[in-house]
Design a protein around this ligand. Structure first.
Ligand SMILES: Nc1ncnc2c1ncn2[C@@H]1O[C@H](COP(=O)(O)OP(=O)(O)OP(=O)(O)O)[C@@H](O)[C@H]1O
Length: 322
């Protein structure tokens, strides 16, 4: 099966003069129906990667280099109009805050009907019916009545369901879900994850799930890509990477969250802070926080491939280090 999405050597910069690279030389690919978990601490470049693919970067952000091949089309070369025709139809995004999708002054029905008609020349009645069905699918009770409600009349969880319903309206090939459940309480979070998974599986939609939560990744994703200071530092199957990490940063992330397998062991935080992209050390960006760093790390390591995974480290972990 060929790839639906191939991101190659993506560089996204903020600030023309400074050339600050929020995303630096990032490459990954995704097949139809597969889920990639994109993880890393705050500021590592996860959202900017998502916005770069969607063509939704805030100025002065811009894709400065690389290719974003979606079903063979390089999204980085499309005009705003061409990108608008794809967005919502073939590629959709779900944000942490559903109000990034919803307009507070319009009813849900008006917004959903507009979203259907933006890409499909159907009658208003058909668009309304599709909107009602979509609300039903994401578990909104009495969908017909709820079409007349405004966003503020929904709870946070229900608002996120509506945003998911809008993202799924056109059965997109790819959804970028940026921390879609982070703001919700744990029970609602779990229900929404299950329903989102069921619906995307049914329509064979590929998903990039952006999160800092490794428990969510191990639940939803096939593959994982770990970002640090704008670069991918490790990627591979969730089983390989989370079960037997190579990069000390991946290991640090795993050790900083509670796990059934390590009950009774103290949690260990990664020392120090992620450096700002304007103040990265030369060489490996993680070396100032890494207890395995040596002089060799003053040079940026390439991504090294090994058994269906890749990592960017001169002193990788092995099972013995665990
Ligand atoms: N509009 C902007 N202008 C300037 N810099 C920006 C802008 N948006 C993001 N950045 C910078 O890009 C880097 C990556 O940010 P990004 O939002 O992608 O991180 P993230 O990994 O998604 O973190 P979080 O989990 O906090 O959302 C950060 O250093 C951030 O300061």
């Amino acid at each position: 099966m060929s790839h639906l999405l191939e991101v190659r050597n993506l560089v996204t910069e903020f600030g023309v003069k400074l050339g600050l690279r929020a995303v630096n030389d990032v490459s990954f690919s995704l097949k139809r129906g597969k889920v990639l978990g994109l993880v890393g601490e705050s500021g590592s470049g996860k959202s900017v990667t998502g916005f770069s693919i969607m063509g939704l970067l805030d100025r002065p952000g811009r894709v400065a280099a690389g290719r974003i091949l979606f079903d063979g089309i390089d999204l980085a070369t499309l005009s705003d109009g061409e990108m608008r025709r794809l967005r919502g139809k073939r590629i959709a995004m779900v944000f942490q805050d559903p109000m990034m999708t919803l307009n507070p002054v319009l009813t849900i029905g008006t917004q959903m009907i507009e979203a259907v008609l933006a890409h499909d020349p159907v009658s208003k009645e058909v668009a309304r019916q599709r909107s009602r069905d979509a609300l039903g699918l994401v578990g909104i009770p009495s969908p017909e009545e709820r079409l007349s409600a405004y966003p503020h009349e929904f709870s946070g969880g229900m608002r996120q369901r509506v945003a998911i319903a809008i993202a799924l309206l056109h059965h997109p090939d790819l959804i970028i879900a940026d921390e879609p459940t982070t703001a919700l309480d744990v029970t609602i979070q779990s229900q929404i994850i299950s329903e989102f998974q069921k619906l995307t599986e049914q329509s064979n939609t590929a998903v990039i799930w952006i999160t800092h939560d490794l428990a969510i990744v191990s639940r939803v994703a096939d593959d994982i890509a770990v970002m640090y200071a704008g670069r991918l530092v490790e990627m591979g199957s969730v089983r390989n990477v989370l079960g037997d990490p190579r990069h000390p940063y991946t290991k640090g992330l795993i050790m900083s969250v509670p796990s059934q397998n390590r009950r009774g062991e103290p949690l260990r935080q990664i020392l120090g802070m992620t450096p700002a992209i304007s103040r990265l050390p030369s060489g490996c960006s993680f070396r100032t926080r890494c207890d395995r760093a040596t002089e060799a790390c003053a040079v940026m390591p390439d991504l090294m491939a090994e058994d269906h995974r890749a990592f960017r480290c001169f002193h990788p972990m092995t099972r013995i280090d665990a």
